[in-house]
Design a protein. Sequence first.
Length: 603
Amino acid sequence: MSQRQSVPYIPDNAPFTPSQRAWLNGFLAGMFCHTTAPAAIAQHTAAKPKLSVFVGSQSGNAESLAKRFVKEAKKQGYEATVAGLDKITLATLAEEKCALVITSTWGEGDPPDNAAAFWEQLKEDNDLSLANLRYSILALGDTNYENFCGFGKSVDRRLGELGAKRIFERVDCNVDFEEGAARWQNGVFDALKNIVQFDDAPQLNGSVTSSANGTSSPPSPLEAEMSAGCSRKNPFAARLLANRKLTGDNSEKDTRHYEICLKGSGLTYEVGDALGIMPANSPDLVNEILKALHFDGEEEVSGPEGGKMPIRLALEREYQIRQPHSAFLNAMAEHDAADQYLKELISAEVRTELDKFLWGREVIDFLIESPRVKFSPEEFVSLLKKLQPRLYSIASSLKAHPEQVHLTVDTVRYEIYGRKRKGVCSNFLAERVSNDTPVPVFIQTSKHFRLPQSGDVPIIMVGPGTGIAPFRAFLEERKMNGAKGGNWLFFGAQKSSCDFFYRDELEAFQREGVLTRLDTAFSRDQDFKIYVQHRMLENAKELWNWLEQGAHFYVCGDAGRMAKDVDKALHEIVKMAGACSEDATAEYIQKLKADKRYQRDVY
Ligand SMILES: Cc1cc2nc3c(=O)[nH]c(=O)nc-3n(C[C@H](O)[C@H](O)[C@H](O)COP(=O)(O)OP(=O)(O)OC[C@H]3O[C@@H](n4cnc5c(N)ncnc54)[C@H](O)[C@@H]3O)c2cc1C
Ligand SMILES: NC(=O)c1ccc[n+]([C@@H]2O[C@H](COP(=O)([O-])OP(=O)(O)OC[C@H]3O[C@@H](n4cnc5c(N)ncnc54)[C@H](OP(=O)(O)O)[C@@H]3O)[C@@H](O)[C@H]2O)c1
Ligand SMILES: Cc1cc2nc3c(=O)[nH]c(=O)nc-3n(C[C@H](O)[C@H](O)[C@H](O)COP(=O)(O)O)c2cc1C
């Protein structure tokens, strides 16, 4: 009798949750099998089990996790491929034996753009049977949003409804997704081992290859697309045309207006889109890190995508050197025998204390506080994550500024644990980019944040602070189009004397009749706070009338507090001015969202 058949298995209908079942099956497999790795199984079956990973990703997080997952799967002996959710049809999905979906959520619990068409089909097709499909979902999201991981949850539910069988339960990850992603990856690999053992392997294998020696498979559609150079992977080296302070001398902020030239790039955008910028780290911070580690900067190390380079260049251009991630923390705890506290925090079951401890602490803090810890240059960079681009809501219309893109950026600076800290990208723009420094940029489309198709439809815009950015673009666009619909802007900032961004432009729009109404909320002009939502409530009746006339309602800026408070105020207005019950209010706002008349671009 073969080893495969002798291993006990927990049946699908046993009274366990999927993760308990996966764990128990893994445990039994471990007890009864000498060889559980797929590579070993492949030697028996002369085939590598096939694994398809499908990605829904807008700003690249899910995409990089998927690439990493596939790399690990290949190491473990799977024939793994990765493709965007825009690259599969329902028919091909139905033929899959095992699909892993890694997806983020955008808009209001919506799919990322590359998953939108797939989702439309999946939710409509009631004849589809996915009875042969096994799957698991890794959902990325942000708890600041109302529909946390909403799209991942919807896909999970829908695949289940269509008969697909979950092999490992969905993991919903917040912005710090590393730990959740690692948990999901381990759980999926454990669950897969059992499936590979107990299924008829050639059937699972789909396209079987006869080699078990790890030869590389042809690039998947997403890999091919990435190497062909889509804009995010291959950004345009743009030039900065203008860097102007929007805040006055007495301001507590340093918010700036940037103008960037897109000439020769072929890049275009619509108002509502965002610009992605790939920044470089601060050379001062790089010097501090090199000094703390006793490196001279010339030591050769690997880049995150392979290739060798001097560590100074790698730290400036390739790696994220501010926020420590789990690999770095684990290594610090391991190398520093004296640091019991960090060890305890890392090994605790809940992360609350660790998160508290990490708030505001950067890689440099750990290196300075633990001079005993020594890393080789290669080891050190292996503990860092790849530097990621930052997104900025576009503040201009191409019609008003051909071949240019404008931004409104708050320069992130603060002091904590006795050190001055600087946000990477906002300070790259503010301090280190001159007219001849190339700025790597790409366009990030935001299909969820669009002007109404008809210029006759009125719009209400709520954009405190940098949240004003897309509304400057909306106003420019509506002016250039000669749109007749009303435009109402709520703007908020700290002090009218020094924080009234684009005041001259807004007043000019008012004079020209483009900006129908402007309501401002300066929070620190008086002893008590006045915020945009207070101005909305003061004008509840009028705002309700605009909504009843079909106005679209837009919010941009801080997701953490402002967007939630504005949402509450909107509910209050519908309830009061519209004389609606709680239920009718919720229904009214839900309908606004469903009709794409309530759109948010919050961060
Ligand atoms: C769709 C979208 C649109 C956006 N549009 C805009 C825009 O129009 N304008 C704009 O200015 N930004 C915008 N942002 C935010 C922007 O992408 C960056 O996140 C922001 O500029 C900070 O990036 P950074 O590299 O300068 O800072 P980072 O190096 O990324 O540092 C930011 C981090 O520093 C830490 N931090 C910040 N303040 C403190 C503090 N007081 N104490 C302790 N820790 C702190 C936090 O961990 C924070 O996440 C947008 C984001 C998204 C997703
Ligand atoms: N992801 C990032 O790294 C990043 C980058 C930029 C900004 N942000 C976040 O976005 C926020 C906005 O930054 P910003 O520079 O655009 O604006 P901001 O200047 O911080 O705020 C604009 C105005 O909004 C007010 N405000 C504060 N809390 C509010 C609330 N709950 N509801 C309505 N208004 C509120 C502020 O008042 P008071 O300050 O007087 O209370 C201020 O008058 C920041 O707080 C920051 O957390 C994050
Ligand atoms: C404009 C915007 C809207 C978002 N909407 C949601 C949301 O509704 N629910 C949620 O859980 N996360 C939301 N997120 C968070 C993203 O899902 C999260 O940042 C994720 O890591 C992005 O992954 P990606 O880079 O693969 O697209 C939103 C982020 C942005 C910038």
